[in-house]
Design a protein around this ligand. Structure first.
Ligand code: HEC
Ligand code: HEC
Ligand code: HEC
Ligand code: HEC
Length: 477
């Protein structure tokens, strides 16, 4: 199975380092790309779309105008980021395939490439099947031209209501949002937009079933702030802060992102059509490595490979629910909302335990847990995440109580992304200097290295690597 997964550790560490390094280098390489591509020339006249037919989760697709309508050279199609308010080279960055900022423009093309075709073949899907099962995430839901992949309006909202006014005199972010632009400044709103595709959503073709992964699809791993940084095509300069009421608080983005991910998982799991696949539960919701490991049932005595996990009061042999975001959420809640943390923890345990009782019991427990996650999301949205709180959250993640729950690969990956994000967020807010954060890169990369290979994941060694990283970060306190 190795090779199916992207090797998140290495990839993320490298990407993150690049994405935070000097705007100058990025500007220079984009200017070159601009000269080569001629910016909007990639978009033919046929990119103008007809009225689409279906509706995606939460937002109306009426008035989807297509990438070409954003691409003018006086709009977002410049080859240099010299716009007065926004960069105005957003189109070029979205098209820049060699960097993660360009991943969305190639999203449909990857379905046509060998790996995508192999997945389709194994699933027995023809072109119509690919439209049905893949286009909800690899294109803009409801758009008529799937070839444009995940376009501007997939995230910013369909623009029929605001396209002609969002740059005129009197325009403000508030007015644009009132006219239908998606409020991506709001962490919960942004999380819901990304989770539709980076977890699974409600719209057609937005569900990563275990069958799709078994056919060769990469495992989905997501962390809101890290992924926002990776695909960012905007600058948080003085006028951004003025227009949007301040710079992004990465710690809040991370915490709300965890709460929203827990909610999304439980919402989908509670739908009978999603939770079951034939006579089996839908395996996508469970900890992958609880099933995907070798069996030692014999000669030298039963050698149990499961590591005890105090967060999951289950019998050995039952597949545990994937609780990567629950673990992070608890770590943050313990610091920021200690009163609510205990309830959340108790409900999470009750949810795991309910799996042994039956479907009705489990769905009831999922609803209670979802409510707790929702309350935490609102609490986080109103929290400033001070320097002390952020250091305390990192300690909480590396503490014995939380660390004992990193028995699975997914939770471990989340914890490394969290430490990286929280440190980056403090740098952004001027709470920690860039130079001292850079000195810690080695330790953080060691923690990433400990999650590089999903099949070689060693819980105990991992805890040591994470503890080391957090200990050195603590020296900044
Ligand atoms: C729930 C949304 C979702 C659905 C449904 C989905 N995908 Fe994906 N797919 C993703 C995301 C997100 C990634 C990127 C994963 C990452 O890098 O974190 C991806 C990655 C891929 C890749 C790897 C691309 C690369 O750059 O290496 C291929 C190939 C692919 N998907 C094909 C398909 C096919 C074929 C289908 C339909 C059978 C499908 N996907 C359905 C969300 C989805
Ligand atoms: C994957 C989602 C996604 C896609 C696709 C996307 N954007 Fe963005 N965009 C964002 C996010 C998130 C932000 C940051 C919003 C914020 O913090 O205010 C942003 C910021 C921007 C900004 C700066 C806003 C400001 O007020 O400073 C502009 C302009 C922009 N995007 C235009 C575009 C255009 C044009 C395209 C298509 C070529 C595009 N975006 C595609 C998610 C996306
Ligand atoms: C309509 C579906 C959709 C939405 C909405 C969406 N994405 Fe994606 N995203 C994808 C797909 C599909 C890929 C993989 C494309 C590929 O590999 O070519 C992807 C890739 C990415 C990548 C590159 C990952 C890598 O490993 O290189 C980043 C970063 C990313 N998305 C961030 C975001 C963020 C942040 C948001 C929300 C603001 C968001 N995306 C919203 C579908 C979506
Ligand atoms: C409840 C048990 C269970 C869980 C949990 C589970 N799987 Fe599976 N998986 C299976 C079974 C059973 C097969 C089919 C094996 C076969 O065909 O020989 C399978 C097959 C696969 C395959 C194809 C392997 C091959 O060699 O053909 C992949 C890839 C895969 N699963 C990935 C995942 C991922 C990723 C997750 C977590 C999101 C996951 N699985 C969770 C039981 C599970």
């Amino acid at each position: 199975m190795q090779g199916i997964f992207k090797g998140i550790g290495q990839r993320m560490a490298v990407l993150r380092a690049t994405s935070r390094s000097g705007a100058l280098a990025i500007a220079a390489c984009l200017a070159m790309a601009g000269a080569a591509l001629g910016a909007s020339s990639l978009l033919g006249p046929d990119s103008v779309r007809a009225e689409p037919s279906s509706v995606s989760a939460g937002q109306s697709l009426r008035g989807h105008m297509g990438v070409a309508s954003c691409a003018g050279s006086t709009c977002h199609g410049r080859s240099i980021a010299d716009g007065a308010m926004v960069r105005q080279d957003e189109l070029l960055r979205w098209q820049e395939e060699s960097s993660p900022t360009g991943a969305h423009s190639r999203a449909w093309r990857v379905v046509q490439e060998p790996r995508g075709q192999a997945i389709l073949r194994r699933l027995g899907l023809d072109a119509a099947g690919a439209q049905r099962d893949c286009a909800g995430c690899h294109a803009t839901p409801g758009a008529t031209r799937v070839a444009d992949g995940v376009d501007c309006e997939a995230c910013h909202g369909t623009s029929g209501g605001w396209l002609s006014t969002h740059y005129t005199v009197g325009a403000s972010h508030g007015r644009n949002v009132a006219q239908g632009m998606t409020d991506l400044v709001n962490p919960a709103v942004k999380a819901q937009v990304c989770l539709d595709c980076h977890f699974s959503g409600d719209a057609r073709g937005q569900f990563i079933a275990h069958r799709i992964m078994a056919a060769g699809h990469p495992r989905i791993s997501f962390e809101l702030d890290l992924f926002t940084t990776l695909q960012s095509h905007h600058d948080e300069d003085a006028d951004y802060a003025q227009r949007k009421g301040g710079k992004t608080n990465a710690m809040r983005m991370w915490a709300v992102g965890q709460a929203e991910a827990v909610k999304r998982s439980l919402e989908l799991f509670s739908q009978p059509s999603r939770a079951v696949d034939g006579i089996f539960p839908e395996f996508t919701f469970y900890d992958c490595h609880s099933c995907h490991r070798r069996i030692y049932d014999g000669e030298a005595g039963a050698n149990v490979t499961a590591v005890p996990n105090p967060g999951r009061p289950l019998d050995l042999g039952t597949p545990p629910y994937n609780d990567e975001n629950m673990i992070m959420l608890l770590a943050a809640a313990k610091v920021v909302a200690p009163d609510a943390a205990a309830t959340f923890d108790a409900r999470a345990k009750a949810f795991h335990r309910a799996m042994l009782a039956g479907r009705a019991e489990t769905v009831a427990a999922a609803q209670a847990l979802r409510q707790s996650a929702d309350a935490l999301s609102s609490r986080f949205a109103a929290t400033s995440f001070t320097r002390d709180q952020t250091f305390a959250i990192m300690d909480s993640i590396a503490s014995d109580a939380i660390g004992a729950r990193f028995t699975d690969y997914e939770g471990a990956v989340q914890s490394v992304m969290a430490v990286d994000t929280l440190l980056g967020g403090m740098v952004n807010q001027g709470m920690v200097s860039t130079a001292s954060a850079a000195n810690l890169r080695v330790q953080i990369n060691q923690a990433y290295a400990a999650v590089r290979d999903p099949n070689g994941f060693q819980p105990i060694a991992f805890r040591r690597a994470l503890g080391g990283a957090v200990r050195s970060i603590r020296s900044l306190r």
